[in-house]
Design a protein around this ligand. Structure first.
Ligand code: AP5
Length: 209
């Protein structure tokens, strides 16, 4: 059976960067609520008991999309996956409890990065809309000029929204990290190393899970 891996970390900690690689090298499904919601930003959620009618309204403000929307996405994705790396979920204690009720986990990893570094990473992040590859204006730009010219910035990577996302993370998601730490299952990884060094630590942990 494939492994069940949970990757936690603040916005910009490198969850997407590491999960993609982990999924490829360990043949796991990459389950990410952020990408799933971005692909369905204008989905009509008006029939649910929510404040706004689409995920976009929450995401562009840096707020959490309501649990009932996100829980459904995760349940569906996990039921179709043998092994998986889950990234972007759970983001509050209620989601963590829901996750416990639908699956078991082999490893819980936490990428530790300081706030100053998170802001630098998020405001400099650029994406290739054709390949979904993640780049950074200072740390990692593509050599190919054609690729460089088509890079775009995510709607929620402006400095103001980034600050709000970090505030929401501190209020809602840090308690989730504490929850797994209290259970004694959290493996903390220094997320400020180079992407390759972070991956080495991540892969070692998954190998021994
Ligand atoms: P989501 O897409 O999950 O965003 P996030 O958690 O804010 O995380 P990011 O994708 O911004 O960062 P990352 O950790 O993946 O970093 P990355 O690898 O790209 O969520 C977006 C929104 O969706 C939320 O605000 C919310 O509205 C909604 N949502 C999602 N899930 C939800 C849920 N469960 N419940 C409710 N709402 C939900 O790296 C960042 C940058 O740093 C890149 O440029 C990269 O090149 C660079 N970088 C990465 N690693 C390194 C390194 N080691 N050294 C130097 N640079 C690096």
């Amino acid at each position: 059976m494939g492994k069940h891996i949970l990757l936690l970390g603040a916005p910009g900690a490198g969850k997407g960067t590491q999960s993609k690689r982990l999924a490829e090298e360990f043949d796991l499904e990459h389950v990410t609520t952020g990408d799933a919601l971005r692909a369905n930003k204008d989905m009509d959620i008006g029939h649910m008991d929510t404040e706004f009618d689409t995920p976009r309204a929450y995401m562009d403000a840096g707020e959490l999309v309501p649990d009932e929307v996100v829980n459904e996405i995760v349940k569906e994705a996990l039921s179709n996956a043998d092994g998986y790396v889950l990234d972007g979920y759970p983001r509050n204690i209620d989601q963590a409890e829901y996750l416990t009720s639908i699956t078991d986990l082999d490893a819980v990893l936490y990428l530790d990065v300081s706030e100053e570094e998170l802001v630098r990473r998020l405001t400099g992040r650029r994406l290739d809309p054709e390949t979904d590859e993640i780049y950074h204006t200072e740390f990692d730009m593509p050599d190919d000029e054609e690729v460089r010219e088509r890079l775009v910035q995510r709607d929620d990577d402006t400095e103001e929204t980034v600050r709000e996302r970090l505030r929401v993370y501190e209020e809602n998601t840090e308690p989730v990290v504490e929850h797994y730490r209290d259970e004694g299952v959290l493996v903390e990884i220094d997320g400020e190393q180079s992407p390759d060094d972070v991956f080495e630590d991540v892969a070692d942990t998954v190998d021994s899970a």
